[in-house]
Structure formats: C-alpha cells, structure tokens
Design a protein around this ligand. Structure first.
Ligand code: IMP
Ligand code: MG
Length: 174
C-alpha cells in the first residue's frame, strides 16, 4: 500500500512564517551577534532556512540530545549525544528546535545551558503542541501551534524517515 501523507502546513506557509520570524529576530537582536544552537537532527532544515533570514551576524553550533535512556523509559534527564563545539559564555544564544511536545527535552536542556552563563538565552521552535505539555518551557518564538497529531517533514521524522519533505504532514497509513 502506498503511504499517504496529508499536508498540514504547506511549504509556502512555512517559508513566509520563517521570513516573519527572521525579521522579528533581526530587529530584536539589532546591534548584537547571535549564536544559534541547532538541535540535531530535526532542527537542521528549519535552522538553515531561518538563519538565512536573519540579518545580524550569526554563528552556528550543534547539539544532539535525547530525553530517554536506552530502554525508552524516561530517565527524567536528558542524555547529551553530541555536545557543543564552543563555549556559550557571554554570548547571545538562540536555541532552535523542530517541535516542543511534552517539553521534557527542552526544559532540561535550557536549564543546563543557563548554567553555562550565556549573555542571553532564548528559544525558537518551528512547531508547538501545547496540549501535550507536561514540563513548562518558556518559548520566545513559535512558528506554528499545532493540534496533538504526530507530524513529519521539514526535519521531523517517523523512524528516521520523511525528514526531507518540504512541508509538514501527517502520515495516514504506515
Ligand atoms: P518533547 O516531548 O517536547 O521532549 O519532544 C521530544 C522530541 O520528540 C522532539 O524533539 C521530536 O524529536 C520528537 N517529537 C515530538 N512530537 C513529534 C511529532 O509529532 N513528530 C516527530 N517527532 C516528534
Ligand atoms: Mg525525533
């Protein structure tokens, strides 16, 4: 059976929203340099497109985290699979995430990054599923609030697949 993917957010809507957020970030960080932390792997597509729409000087670093231990039971803490290459002390840091669901990953990650003493620390996510939140997170920039459905595309995966779809969709049959 062919896999059917229902489009939830078309590519052109994502593009125009990214331009808006890029403009807002550029205005708010005017006169400053911005250090972007891209959370692997899901945020790669969004972070790349957003960074191109930001007009203040940008540097990039990458981090890979998971909120689960090896046996998929929540450990209550995040596991750092890949840490940052550079120090964030004294820098204006913007964390870029693909989606905030329960908030578990980002609530722990933001606390951990705060301890590294950035000059400022903000969070930007392409998607937000507020209905699913169990761990509160302060989100500074949100692309789209979405209902409680499992989505793929624009970096988001289902078992590592569909990350390269240029839109956000819902897998209807797999
Ligand atoms: P959290 O529940 O906020 O900690 O989200 C953890 C991670 O779950 C996200 O960074 C995504 O990788 C993944 N995730 C949550 N919801 C979805 C979804 O709808 N599609 C694909 N991945 C998701
Ligand atoms: Mg994932």
């Amino acid at each position: 059976m062919d896999v059917k993917i229902r489009v939830m957010i078309p590519e052109k809507d994502i593009d125009s929203r990214i331009r808006e957020i890029g403009g807002k970030i550029s205005r708010e960080y005017e006169g400053k340099a911005l250090h972007i932390i891209c959370i692997l792997k899901g945020s790669v597509f969004f972070a790349s497109e957003l960074a191109k729409r930001i007009t203040v000087p940008v540097t990039l670093d990458f981090m890979e985290v998971s909120s689960y231990g090896d046996n998929t039971v929540s450990s209550g803490h995040i596991k750092i699979k890949k840490d940052l290459a550079e120090s964030i002390e004294g820098r204006h840091v913007l964390v870029i995430e693909d989606i905030i669901d329960t908030g578990k990953t980002l609530s722990f990650l933001m606390e951990m990054l705060k301890e590294r003493k950035p000059a400022s620390l903000k969070l930007c996510t392409l998607l937000d599923k507020p209905d699913r939140r169990t761990h509160p997170v302060d989100v500074d920039y949100v692309g789209f609030e979405i209902p409680d459905e499992f989505v793929v595309g624009y970096g988001l995966d289902y078992a590592q697949k569909y990350r390269n779809l240029p839109y956000i969709g819902v897998v209807e049959n797999e």
